[in-house]
Design a protein around this ligand. Structure first.
Ligand SMILES: [Ca+2]
Length: 387
């Protein structure tokens, strides 16, 4: 009987805690920008999701950067408590609660069999401990590795990793390590799956000085920089041009950011068709305005383009878009980018085709090679940013 009672109490505790974590889906901060609606986890009609801050962001009259939006005054009464202290406290509470199995997705047997959740939570507790002890470099390296495994987690789990990553990023930023902070925030965003929403939340959470340090220009997060311990070379996703076997590797001699890029060396095209080299990913089309950019370097100038692949699970549809070079990224790198608001573009395309974008995911990011001679390409700094 006592056993049952204590189990009941545990369940109640867990439910209360899960509710608390659920609120953390949106990291509210003092910034007057209303954080995006807290419930993208619920299937909402698209019209209700898009665009996030319609009243503050006039559609066709030039959008303000979130940093500028955040400067707009808001009556102090509507402001939540300052997040600084609360964030660290919430991290501690979350870490303390991680011994409970409610973070485990009970439907994911494969993960449960592998003991993945336990490993991932151990990793997260370790990260929080290291960060609290000031061992920031080790904390960051471990967090990046752990965050990459968070596809195993359920919503509460992703909420926890987001919280720990945000805390780590803030600590790094306070310590003056801007590049490290960006890595931590980016890993947290990727782990949350909804990296775009996370970027909006982060803009709202950080104060003006932090935002200016982190993003001298537009707010962005890194989707892939090919620098982490888990970085992989580009895969051949489509190979129709008869170029022969490509050499694909990470290159530590050439980098746009960090210390490495992804290099792919291809032979001459002998057939018509598509040729894609890239990586698989899982980023939600969030309902908020965003764009993607990447830096590419070529041995010989060509019309290489950025390819984005999408999957729409409920509609059982897939789609792809290609984006040509949009300028010079400096240092011999070209900037490839989706221009304008990619969400609205996909929304309009899906509507035209008669399906819904609301559960849409970006599943592929690749270089799409034109016809031509043998060539070598380097890809780096694949980023999501606010247009
Ligand atoms: Ca890099």
């Amino acid at each position: 009987m006592r056993n049952i009672l204590s189990r009941l109490m545990l369940v109640v505790f867990v439910l209360v805690l899960a509710g608390g974590c659920g609120q953390e889906q949106t990291i509210t901060g003092p910034g007057p920008v209303a954080a995006p609606p807290a419930a993208p986890r619920q299937a909402e009609p698209v019209a209700a999701v898009a665009p996030p801050k319609a009243p503050e962001v006039p559609k066709d009259t030039g959008r303000m950067a979130p940093a500028e939006q955040a400067k707009k005054p808001t009556p102090p009464a509507t402001r939540p408590a300052p997040p600084e202290k609360g964030l660290h406290e919430r991290v501690e509470a979350t870490i303390a609660a991680m011994a409970e199995p409610h973070f485990v997705n009970p439907h994911n047997r494969e993960a449960a069999d592998l003991g993945m959740e336990e490993k991932v939570y151990q990793n997260l507790r370790h990260v929080a401990h290291l960060a609290g002890s000031g061992e920031m470099e080790e904390a960051l390296a471990r967090f990046e590795i752990g965050a990459a495994q968070w596809r195993w987690a359920n919503e509460d789990g992703r909420s926890a990793v987001k919280l720990v990553g945000t805390d780590l990023g803030k600590r790094l930023l306070e310590a003056g390590d801007t590049a490290g902070a960006l890595r931590a925030f980016s890993a947290a965003g990727r782990a949350s799956v909804n990296i775009v929403q996370y970027l909006y939340e982060l803009c709202a959470l950080l104060d003006d000085a932090s935002r200016a340090k982190l993003w001298p220009e537009r707010p962005y997060l890194t989707i892939e920089g090919f620098d982490s311990a888990l970085a992989q070379p580009l895969q051949e996703m489509v190979g129709e041009q008869g170029r022969g076997a490509a050499v694909s590797a990470l290159d530590d001699q050439v980098a746009k950011d960090g210390s490495q890029s992804a290099m792919v060396q291809v032979g001459k095209a002998t057939k018509e068709g598509r040729e894609w080299y890239g990586f698989s990913t899982r980023l939600a089309l969030s309902g908020y305005p965003f764009a993607i950019r990447a830096a590419v370097k070529e041995q010989k100038a060509s019309d290489v383009q950025l390819l984005i692949g999408y999957a729409f699970e409920a509609a059982k549809q897939s789609a792809a878009s290609q984006h040509p070079a949009a300028g010079d990224a400096g240092g011999g790198w070209k900037r490839l980018e989706t221009q304008g608001d990619l969400y609205q573009q996909r929304h309009a395309h899906a509507k035209q085709q008669g399906y819904d974008v609301k559960d849409g995911m970006i599943t592929k990011i690749a270089l799409s090679l034109p016809q031509g001679d043998a060539n070598t390409y380097w890809l780096d700094a694949v980023e999501v940013y606010l247009p």
